[in-house]
Design a protein around this ligand. Sequence first.
Ligand SMILES: [Ca+2]
Length: 63
Amino acid sequence: MFETKRINADINGGGVSIGDLAIVAADYGKQQGQSGWNELADVNKDGKVGLEDLAIVALAMFK
Ligand SMILES: [Ca+2]
């Protein structure tokens, strides 16, 4: 499913937590090149912040 080894869901450091999820949620719907683009919120590095990124962080929280 996800290549979790190459993905860093710990955006703000200190372990994956609700804070990381909040960062992704705040940038949800943004695309690469847009103003306010946060590369770190694009966890799966596909050029946009979407449901997949939220899911990756949410799943990583419960590992
Ligand atoms: Ca993404």
